[in-house]
Design a binder for this molecule. Structure first.
Ligand SMILES: Nc1nc2c(ncn2[C@@H]2O[C@H](COP(=O)(O)OP(=O)(O)O)[C@@H](O)[C@H]2O)c(=O)[nH]1
Ligand SMILES: [Mg+2]
Length: 441
């Protein structure tokens, strides 16, 4: 357990009205006492104090909060200084804290200490990181639920049920000469394992909803060159993210913008126009466009409503979830084979139909991402562990004739869940998770 005392600015660096400096560790109390005039405030009460140097000169005046461990975020003795947010003030307090023996915290070190003191498990720590990164209301809600223990409760419940069934299986290993052991195990442990395997499978089978909320739902715009794809992306994003020209083949790489659609994070991708071409760069762009269309959660096929039908438009019809006719401000000329009608017509130039397209996209994203109740798996790391646990459970069910083998698989399932919540030490996972935090959290 870390014994040294750490400090860091919890607010962003630069100028601000107020800056918050955090301090945590065994020496926190002594350091606070040496830094302020007057008594240390009672735990969890803010008190105005003068903050001073060793020679008694003033650094600043501000609110000081004291948290006696274990009743603190980290579980250790901790303090917060709310000082004026000027670089010189921050620098002076940092220098004073270093002088008194504290050291600057690593990114995520406060949260890591909280984890090490059992204040939160790994899924809750990840929820906290996600909350700090949340840009949309759906991301915020999911992160908040996870930070408050929604996944922890779920995984701990599974773990407990697994441990109970493991005890039953191990009981059979310990008393092997009783008769009818396999039949009996199949009767008792079998249904429990089956129910658990079902629960895990149900959690996994969520259309990657949680990951999509966290990482963004991906929408791709595809279409022939000059259909107005880049213009459409710019209109949806309300900024000039992609270059628009009348020259076909302008967009070659994928241009992505992040946007908020009805509270959900969306990554919108503009792609190279689909056509046969001799240009190697453009051909690579077309390849990427097709790959993106395959991997995207939703594909908008854009066709120039003022153009005539040609065969090169066929892949757009095949690969798109909706067909949109663009340039609705121009005289209509396009008819699709088999008298297929477009889903929508829009003009990026005049804005005609754009509101309808946005509403349509918002509804699709909301429908796909808010189907079920929380909690949802939010990271690939969780998915891998839950998959490993489910696979082990499926094997265990098939091996109930041999309690030793079945027990081993149930133990593997328990281990997978314990890695997920951080119950067993997986140093590289911890490093990867906490190093992505900001300093001061
Ligand atoms: N009249 C009209 N022209 C448009 C519209 N959208 C794009 N354009 C024009 O069509 C040409 C191609 O646009 P661009 O967005 O670069 O198409 P992309 O090749 O599909 O990305 C440009 O000259 C645009 O100004 C529209 O809604 N109406
Ligand atoms: Mg373009």
């Amino acid at each position: 357990m870390a014994a040294d005392t750490i400090f860091a600015l919890a607010t962003p660096p630069g100028r601000s009205g107020v800056a918050v400096m955090r301090l945590s560790g065994t020496q926190a109390g002594a350091i606070v006492d040496a830094t302020i005039t007057g008594r240390r405030p009672p735990p969890r009460y803010a008190a105005l104090r003068q903050i001073q140097n060793g020679d008694g000169t003033l650094i600043d005046e501000g609110l000081v909060l004291w948290f006696a461990g274990p009743h603190s975020f980290t579980g250790e003795d901790s303090a917060e200084f709310q000082i004026h947010g000027g670089p010189a003030v921050i620098e002076a307090l940092a220098a004073r804290l270093s002088e008194l023996g504290a050291r600057l915290a690593e990114p995520g070190e406060f949260t890591r200490r909280a984890f090490e003191h059992g204040k939160l498990d790994l899924t809750e720590a990840e929820g906290l990181a996600d909350l700090i990164d949340a840009e949309t209301s759906a991301q915020r809600e999911q992160a908040l639920a996870q930070m408050s223990g929604s996944l922890r409760a779920l995984y701990e419940d599974w773990r407990q049920r697994l441990i109970d069934v493991l005890a039953a299986i191990e009981g059979e290993i310990d008393f092997p000469d009783e008769e009818g052991v396999p039949e009996q195990l199949a009767r008792t442990a079998g249904p429990i394992l089956a129910a658990l395997a079902d629960d895990l499978a149900g959690h996994l089978d969520d259309d990657r909803r949680g990951e999509r909320i966290r990482d963004g739902f991906s929408i791709a715009i595809i279409g022939p060159p000059n259909a107005g794809k880049s213009s459409l992306l710019n209109a949806l994003a309300r900024r000039d993210a992609a270059i628009v020209t009348e020259i076909p083949g302008t967009t070659r790489d994928i241009v992505e913008v992040r946007m908020d659609l009805g509270g959900f994070a969306v990554t919108l991708a503009d792609t190279a126009g689909l056509r046969e071409t001799e240009d190697v760069v453009e051909r690579e762009g077309v390849k990427r466009a097709l790959t993106r269309a395959d991997s995207a959660d939703f594909v908008i096929g854009l066709l120039d409503g003022g153009a005539r039908w040609n065969q090169e438009m066929t892949p757009v019809l095949e690969k798109s979830d909706i067909i949109v006719f663009g340039k609705a401000d121009l005289p209509a000329a396009l008819t699709l084979p088999d008298s297929r009608a477009p889903d929508l017509s829009v003009s990026a130039r005049t804005g005609e139909g754009m509101g309808g397209l946005e509403r349509r996209l918002s509804a699709i994203v909301a429908e796909r991402l808010s189907k079920r109740e929380l909690p949802a798996l939010s990271r690939i790391r969780h998915r891998r562990s839950v998959e490993a646990a489910r696979d082990a459970l499926v094997r265990a069910q098939q091996q109930l004739f041999d309690p030793e083998l079945a027990g081993e698989d149930v133990r593997l399932a328990v281990r997978a869940l314990e890695q997920l919540t951080g119950r067993i030490d997986v140093e590289h996972v911890l490093d990867a998770i906490f190093s992505r935090f900001c300093i001061g959290k």
